[in-house]
Design a protein around this ligand. Structure first.
Ligand code: AMP
Length: 217
């Protein structure tokens, strides 16, 4: 299975990617996760990316394109992957098409998860994560004053870019730079729009229904 998961921040791409990984045993490639890992380890790439990320801006194309080239060139990822959070600009999509051609990869689907803006802002302001295992919580799933993960005991934290100013900026950036990709992928006939306003399990079911139906766009 070779899938791009597409949509604004906060629509549940990461959550749905994890469910699809369980279903298809594929490699989850999240540029956001790769960049956060680089920031945590303070690699030269992480140091460069941090200020863009904290402000809710996109990291320059050449950095993320380089990251994706590296991961997709590995044997395990090449045949079975979910791309989450990439591409986010037209130049990234063009670079990805060129990379697919070079590596002889045939993309199956672009799943576009759609959620209204008010709901996105609500979800992101309530999102908390485990620093250790990456589990995603909403505030209502945590007990009052809970600071550690129920699964692994890791520290619960809020991403800097989930704070209101950065969220507003990320939504603007999405509209200006990422949304045009919908037209780009519509033309490929591989775009599957999914209503992401439902609860997690139901959205997952909607995605699987379309995939198993062999949706032709
Ligand atoms: P995410 O976890 O996908 O919401 O990504 C978090 C942040 O990482 C974004 O707000 C960007 O600053 C950066 N980032 C992730 N993926 C990309 C990408 N494909 N292009 C540019 N920046 C990205």
């Amino acid at each position: 299975m070779k899938i791009i998961l597409f949509g604004p921040p906060g629509v549940g791409k990461g959550t749905q990617a994890k469910l699809l990984v369980e279903e298809f045993h594929c490699t989850h490639i999240s540029t956001g996760d790769l960049l956060r890992e680089a920031v945590k380890k303070q690699t030269p790439l992480g140091v460069k990316a941090k200020s863009y990320m904290d402000a809710g801006n996109l990291v320059p194309d050449e950095i993320v394109i380089g990251l994706i080239e590296e991961v997709l060139s590995t044997d395990t990822a090449r045949d079975n992957f979910i791309l989450d959070g990439f591409p986010r600009t037209v130049p990234q999509a063009e670079a990805l098409d060129a990379l697919f051609a070079k590596l002889n990869i045939k993309l199956d689907y672009v799943i576009s998860i759609e959620v209204e803006n008010d709901e996105i802002v609500r979800r992101l302001s309530q999102r908390r994560l485990c620093r250790n295992c990456g589990r995603i919580y909403t505030l209502s799933q945590l007990a009052e004053n809970q600071t550690t993960c129920t699964m692994c005991g890791g520290e619960i934290y809020q991403r800097d870019d989930d704070r209101p100013d950065a969220v507003r900026r990320r939504l603007e950036v999405y509209q200006q730079q990422t949304q045009p990709l919908i037209e780009y992928y519509k033309k490929s006939g591989k775009l599957i729009p999914i209503n992401g306003m439902h609860e997690i399990g139901y959205v997952h079911k909607l995605i699987l229904d379309q995939i198993y139906k062999g949706y032709k766009g």
